[in-house]
Write a protein that binds this ligand. Sequence first.
Ligand SMILES: [Cu+2]
Length: 66
Amino acid sequence: MANTVLKVEGMSCGHCVSAIEKALTEKGASGKVDLASKNVTVEYDESELSLDVIKEAIEEQGYDVV
Ligand SMILES: [Cu+2]
C-alpha cells in the first residue's frame, strides 16, 4: 500500500469532503480529507492504481490538485 498526501484547492465544506472521499473510494483507494490544511491523505494499492488516476478522480469533482 502506498500512502500519499495531496494538496487540494477548492474544498470548503462537508460536501467537498464527501465528494472527494467518495470519488477515491470508487477508484478503490481510501481518502481522508483535512479541510483546514487542505490536505488529502490517500492510501492506495500501487499495483492497481497510479497517482495520476487518483489526481484525475479529484479533479473530475471540480477541485485542483496543486
Ligand atoms: Cu463544499
